[in-house]
Design a protein around this ligand. Sequence first.
Ligand code: PAF
Length: 292
Amino acid sequence: MMRIARTIAELRGFLENLSGATGFVPTMGSLHGGHASLVAASRKRDRVTVCSLFVNPRQFNDSADFRNYPRNEAADLGLLEKNGCALAFVPVADELYRGYDPPPADLGRLDRVMEGTMRKGHFQGVAYVVRRLFELVQPERAYFGEKDFQQLAVIRQLVRSEGLPVEVVGCATVRDEDGLAMSSRNVRLSADERAAAGIIYTAMVKAAERYAAGISPHEAESEGRRMIEQHALFTVEYFEFRTRDTLVRLSRPGHPGPARLFTAVQASATRLIDNLEVREQQQPATAPPGRD
Ligand code: PAF
């Protein structure tokens, strides 16, 4: 039977009695198939899987967004138990934050682009809580979805810069049938928005194909944006090709290393983010001057 710890003392008590490699899946609840895939990935490798459910106020730069974030603890605990989680940690902010005041994390420049500029302080808030949870749970491995690829890059950087003894494992995005990436925020889409939202993935796949075929990143970005914004329901905040590890914007065709395409799209009551791996360009078309 799954254990539930609501205090740090309870967590410590349960952890003492668990033996073997611990895999950790930190979440903010409102769980879906994407989270279940993280638990499954841990269960394949670790003897014990611990999950946390905690909507972390520090990573919200907008208090209305924090208040409206979907919450459903009973369903979440049910999903975790069904998927074989051994221990759920469900802390409260007062106890988790009390007396914990480390200096800001060194996130390189990874928090200066995309979500970092749209949501000031967001990644420091994520780094704060992830570091705190790692310290308490002391997992061998921790699992994060590639859907939040920038977050994954930030957490890898946090682990490197602080020398934390945790292996960070990135897991593939889980998508609905029309390609929409599973997200806790999808429940806030209207019926019309949900029906149209598959266009985000379709536009990303198309733009990635066009880029791989040799057109400039700028052209492929403009085409992708236009495809999404054909739907008056959506406004594209960004739609950008970037290097995979350093998140630097691609400016010319023919970028040699691994790259990804990132997007954020605003619907009426929620923002959707997504990203996709991009195949390297084999034969760039005649290279127009770069756009720096
Ligand atoms: O991805 C999330 O759900 C959150 O950002 C995380 C990693 C659990 C930190 O609150």
